[in-house]
Design a binder for this molecule. Structure first.
Ligand SMILES: Cc1cc2nc3c(=O)[nH]c(=O)nc-3n(C[C@H](O)[C@H](O)[C@H](O)COP(=O)(O)O)c2cc1C
Length: 318
């Protein structure tokens, strides 16, 4: 007889495909698996359609959308770094009306959950986009109050606990869908920000957004990015992200979507053990468009090999 620790006489049980359940529930919504994509790194799925059947994903998290079109920052906007990249795209987007016509029109036909990432220059703009999405086929809203690359809005709300609590409560009043507040790592105490967002009514949290960095091109004696600073992402930030997810999961009671440098299924499991309900794959999509699919298969394989029936058995296990 198998023991309840998933072993028979100390050897791992090999579960059959039907015995492994990768599904998760977040804010009362079921997802077929815990893997989504990090906003801004996967378009809205259409751009990756040739490589990734988005119906394999637990959810698609879209690029950030605002009430009106944004041009983004001047170029260059992207620079490579050790173990990652820096970007200062500046939340370029076509505005919510065009987004609904193209991106949501594509996604609503797919058998996957839709998380729309929202941005704004002011509280009114955040509220406006959230209101506009009320009756659209969108499962959850992720509110980006943590982008380091826009001068107004973005991170201004994400690094001040009072501003964060206030904008969360304003957005929450207007939203029909559950709201996920996306936290910035560019703070001294991430748990203070998590508590502020939860006090404002956040249904879930996602973290981390990028860390502010700078790169100098020594031959040109110039900044590598026109914006001078940019958001660092990729494997280089993963240990910071795991630490912050762990701290937040032990500080508040709402579910967490963990991200920051996830490149392999082992990384994803690490975030789940730290307490994340779901995980987002970001920068990894740029060097391997199949990264999400490999991670989903890897999680399934790990569960089968370790005798894990449900991810609840290993979430927040330490
Ligand atoms: C090119 C690029 C664009 C991004 N755009 C957004 C965005 O529109 N909204 C947002 O909340 N985060 C955005 N992010 C942050 C990612 O969603 C993610 O939080 C961060 O990159 C850490 O994950 P990673 O290391 O796996 O990429 C962007 C990141 C990159 C690299």
């Amino acid at each position: 007889m198998p023991g309840n620790n998933g072993t028979v006489g100390g050897s791992p049980i090999i579960l059959g495909a039907g015995e492994v359940d990768t599904s998760v529930t977040l804010c009362g919504i079921d997802f077929k698996n815990p893997v989504t994509v990090a906003s801004g790194t996967f378009g809205s799925g259409m751009e990756y359609n040739e490589f990734v059947n988005v119906e394999r994903l637990g959810a698609v998290t879209t690029k950030g959308v605002a009430l009106t079109p944004w041009a983004g920052n001047p170029t260059p906007r992207i620079a490579e770094t050790y173990g990652g990249m820096m970007n200062a795209v500046g939340l370029q987007n076509p505005g919510v009306e065009e987004f609904l016509k193209t991106d949501i029109a594509f996604l609503k036909e797919k058998d996957t959950r839709i998380i729309v990432n929202c941005c704004g220059h002011s509280e009114d703009e955040y509220c406006g986009v959230v209101e506009r999405l009320r009756d659209e086929p969108v499962d959850l809203l992720e509110i980006n109050v943590s982008c380091p690359n826009v001068k107004e809005g973005g991170i201004a709300f994400g690094v001040d606990p009072h501003a964060l609590e206030h904008i969360t409560s304003e957005v929450k009043k207007r939203a029909k869908q559950p709201i996920i507040m996306k936290l910035s790592p560019n703070v001294t105490d991430i748990t203070e920000m998590a508590k502020a967002a939860v006090a404002g009514g956040a249904d879930a949290l996602s973290l981390i957004n990028t860390l502010t960095g700078m790169k100098i091109d020594i031959k040109k004696r110039a900044f590598a990015l026109a914006n001078r600073t940019g958001g660092l992402s990729g494997p280089a930030i993963k240990p910071i992200a795991v630490r912050m997810v762990y701290q937040v999961c032990h500080a508040v009671d709402v579910p967490v979507i963990g991200m920051g440098g996830i490149t392999t299924w082992e990384d994803a499991i690490e975030f789940i053990m730290a307490g994340a309900t779901m995980v987002s794959v970001g920068t990894a999509n740029f060097h391997d468009p199949y990264a999400t699919l490999k991670i989903i298969e890897g999680i399934e394989g790990f569960m089968a090999k370790e005798g894990i029936h449900s991810l609840d058995e290993i979430r927040k296990c330490l």
